[in-house]
Design a protein around this ligand. Structure first.
Ligand code: ADP
Ligand code: MG
Length: 258
């Protein structure tokens, strides 16, 4: 078992850490029906790094992502984005931080059907009253290969293309960190590998920080670092993963997968 090498840095603001949790716990319900979804998770995400959070269904991956991204409040422990401690923020400030500094990609593409691809991509900026950085937007749109389809509506795009719109939307504000929850879960393997390639490229070429939750070893292999979660705890981590090395660890962590 490997300890998180960033854990010692988690309690205080540290340069180069895009987001961190310290002793983060999340408990749902109470009494007999109580579920400890996260049990004192301390983890840091380095800037410019692609991290995959792996683990069997129900191990707490989505809960970790939701708490780390300020979409859900911890039961105890703390979360920070950059040097901002989320518990110090009021509702409006938290909404603003999520909008300005965090990008989200979900399994469902969550595009608005009446808007064009470009309008969907810039919608979060429009809502924030911010003008898009043209040069950045062009780079992002070119990277995901949508330059020719910006006027299309979601119904005119394939699933893979729709998720590319969602990737571009997540990157459009140049967020401090992008969180993806099973972003390839609704895609066939070819469209999925394209989207993973774009996430990889956003880290390599644009210096983005990406954290992706997945239960797919092939998807996790696109990351620089894979963190393994089981029963709400971090149980292992590895760097420079391959699909085989990830699968191998999963089998050891989850006897049901054998
Ligand atoms: P994963 O994303 O790894 O599949 P989740 O984070 O969704 O796991 O869930 C972790 C645990 O918390 C599971 O046991 C799940 O049933 C439970 N859980 C998640 N959300 C809720 C909720 N809103 N209310 C009650 N239990 C929940
Ligand atoms: Mg989940």
């Amino acid at each position: 078992m490997t300890a998180d090498p960033l854990a010692p840095y988690a309690p205080r603001p540290t340069a180069g850490i895009a987001a961190a949790t310290t002793e983060l716990s999340k408990v749902y319900g109470s009494g007999d029906t109580q579920v400890v979804a996260l049990d004192r998770v301390s983890i840091g995400f380095r800037e410019g790094e692609f991290t995959a959070i792996m683990g069997p269904s129900g191990c707490g991956k989505s809960t970790l992502m939701h708490c780390a991204a300020g979409l859900d409040a911890p039961s105890s422990g703390s979360v920070r984005i950059g040097t901002t401690e989320l518990s110090t923020l009021g509702d409006r400030q938290l909404t603003q931080l999520r909008r300005d500094r965090i990008g989200f990609i979900f399994q469902a593409f969550n595009l608005l059907p009446t808007l064009t691809a470009l309008e969907n991509i810039t919608l979060p900026l429009t809502i924030a009253g911010r003008r898009p950085d043209r040069e950045w937007l062009e780079r992002v749109v070119a990277m995901v290969g949508l330059s020719e389809r910006l006027g299309h509506r979601p119904a005119q795009l394939s699933g893979g293309q729709q998720q590319r719109v969602a990737v571009a939307r997540a990157l459009a504000s140049r967020p401090a960190i992008v969180f993806g929850d099973e972003p390839t879960g609704n895609l066939d393997s070819r469209a999925g590998s394209e989207v993973l390639g774009f996430l990889r490229a956003s880290v390599r070429d644009l210096g983005q920080t990406v954290v992706m939750v997945t239960h797919d070893p092939v998807a996790a292999a696109y990351a620089d670092r894979v963190v393994f979660l089981a029963d709400g705890r971090i149980v292992d981590e590895t760097r420079e993963p391959t699909a085989d090395s990830v699968l191998d660890r999963m089998k050891r962590l989850d006897p049901r997968a054998r």
